[in-house]
Design a protein around this ligand. Sequence first.
Ligand SMILES: [Fe+2]
Length: 84
Amino acid sequence: MQDILTRALAEGGRLMYGAHPSVFFHARRVAFMAREIAARVCPDVRPAHVVTGAFLHDIGKITWPAELYEKVSLTAGDWEIKDG
Ligand SMILES: [Fe+2]
């Protein structure tokens, strides 16, 4: 199981960084925060599971058009892509 999680993190990280580095760094920050929160509120949960789930939570962003990462003001169409 650990090997699968490690491979999922590596591949997910590679895909997110390739899509846009901000996606990767956001995912990394969320994973660290989720690990800390989980350790405090549910110590029986395996940290690797929490980290993997949190890190990959935005994996769908790799499908976004490149210009969407840089936009400040989003249109209704952009939100449809993000929420889709
Ligand atoms: Fe997110």
